[in-house]
Design a protein around this ligand. Structure first.
Ligand code: EPZ
Length: 458
């Protein structure tokens, strides 16, 4: 038999090694909000003028969004946490499947592309680990604004009818206060002819942040933070300089890190009004929280007791902190109930927490958690962004060492996650290199029932 090329098979993907029984101390600096930055980057397409975005975190999602904008003819440069965007060269390009599928937020470009160029073609963003993630509300809104929207072979084509120069204002009522749909319709309506209303609009801080940027660009929008938005269309929008709000989900994650390790921490900047329900729940379960100066919080955990949460659209408890909070409830005194009402498949961390010794009974989207004395470090796999963060937090408090895979998820949404944790007392190593083994086929060795594994230099 001819020579067979060796098959190099990595047997360990990059992972974190987390030492347990850790206590934290000091101050955590919170980065700019991922879920603001992504939509602010899309909004820059609405103008021909230059846009500068500050307080933009270094995350793989941001890199992918930047690559998508470049594919559409946009100039984009980064200096520290600022993006310098020149959207003058925007062209109608079919975005590549692999980029759109790796970043659902790329769909945010459809509204600005349509409003600016009169047409847009974007691959249907797939579902992801946490659910199907349909876009029916986005499409319904664009059609209400007069766009012709067709889906063919998983490509969405949207066009403004040839007899119209612009989208046409409409009164739109969302069936669900979808963050993405609100943002898509909002951006498209800023350049529509007439006054558009969006009822049952999402009220999330990231939507308010987008509105602030659009108003600075010359859009006429009223009702920010309420569930009814009114947008009076204008002919064009101008460039601007805008800073993204602090990431309330990152802040909540670190506050929970303090609570789960029973450590005092100072966390900021964080705008308390963006996390009111989460701060209330942390206080209810036994943490003292004080604003020691503007947008700077100190958390002092005491005995942690079980509390119930049900995720809701803002201003309710955010779905993005459900997994980290469940990690906290795993070692609380008593039994808590956590219900996920936003996404249909956002309980993947349950199985990993059970591996660590948590006592959780899951019935569809409701988990009953009987707090245990202590979790045990294990070899764990993160299934999505927030689940992976949750098991890192659990590992900090657990007894012994944990190894955690799924860093591709973590790096999408948390800037320098383990570096920030190590700066306040954690001991986390990122093992990038993996033991790759050349598995030489038995054929080459002529021994058909034995495979010799050669360990190459790691
Ligand atoms: C945004 O996703 C965030 N992502 C999510 O953060 C966040 O969890 C979510 O809002 C809820 O707050 C970004 O901003 C980039 P939705 P989005 O549209 O816009 C259903 C993270 O971890 N729906 O409010 O996709 C949908 O299936 C990520 O940082 C429709 O049915 O959320 C879901 O059940 C995860 N039809 C619910 O609404 C639609 O057309 C909420 O979705 C749109 C949504």
């Amino acid at each position: 038999m001819g020579s067979v090329a060796p098959i190099s098979k990595a047997i360990k993907t990059p992972h974190l090694e987390v030492e347990g029984s850790c206590s934290l101390t000091g101050r955590i600096k919170i980065s700019g909000a991922k879920n603001s930055a992504l939509v602010l980057m899309a909004a820059s397409l609405l103008t021909k003028d230059k846009v500068r975005l500050n307080n933009i975190p270094s995350l793989t999602d941001i890199d992918v969004m930047g690559e998508i904008l470049i594919r559409m003819g946009i100039e984009i440069n980064r200096d520290d946490n600022s993006l310098f965007i020149n959207p003058k060269g925007l062209r109608d390009a079919l975005l590549p499947n692999e980029l759109v599928h790796s970043l659902r937020a790329s769909f945010f470009c459809i509204g600005p592309l349509l409003a600016r160029l009169g047409k847009a073609k974007i691959p249907l963003p797939g579902g992801c680990q946490i659910g199907l993630r349909p876009i029916d509300e986005h499409i319904k809104g664009l059609r209400a604004l007069g766009a012709i929207v067709e889906i063919d072979e998983n490509i969405i084509s949207a066009t403004i009818p040839s007899n119209k120069k612009r989208l046409q204002a409409a009164n739109i009522v969302l069936d669900f206060p979808s963050v993405g749909a609100t943002e898509t319709i909002l951006m498209a309506a800023t350049l529509a002819d007439g006054t558009t209303t969006i009822e049952n609009a999402a009220r999330e801080p990231e939507v308010q942040d987008l509105i602030e940027m659009l108003v600075m660009m010359g859009a006429q929008i009223k009702g920010s933070g309420s569930s009814k938005l009114t947008i009076k269309g204008v002919e064009k929008l101008n460039g601007c300089i805008h800073s993204a709000i602090p990431d309330r989900i990152e802040a909540g994650t670190f506050l929970i890190a303090a609570a789960i390790t029973r450590s005092q921490l100072v966390v900021g900047p964080v705008i308390p009004a963006h996390l009111e329900v989460v701060l209330n729940k942390l206080q209810e379960c036994g943490c003292l929280i004080e604003e020691i100066e503007k947008n700077l919080l100190r958390i002092i955990p005491t005995q942690i007791k079980a509390v119930n949460i049900k995720t809701k659209p803002f201003p309710g408890f955010p779905t993005d902190l459900q997994a980290p909070f469940m990690a906290l409830m795993s070692t609380a005194n008593g039994t808590s109930e956590i219900t996920e009402t936003i996404f249909e498949n956002r309980m993947q961390h349950v199985y990993e927490l059970i591996k660590m010794g948590a006592s959780i009974n899951l019935n569809e989207r409701t988990a009953q958690i009987q707090g245990v004395e202590e979790l045990t470090g294990k070899s764990l796999m993160g299934g999505d962004l927030r689940s992976t963060a949750a098991i890192v937090l659990a590992s900090l408090a657990a007894k012994g060492l944990s190894t955690i895979e799924g860093l591709n998820h973590l790096d999408r949404g948390y800037e320098s996650f383990e570096t920030k944790l190590n700066s306040i007392g954690a001991t986390i190593s990122r093992i990038e290199s993996h033991t790759s083994q050349n598995i030489v086929s038995a054929c080459e060795l002529g021994t058909h029932n034995k495979v010799v594994i050669k360990q190459n230099a790691a």
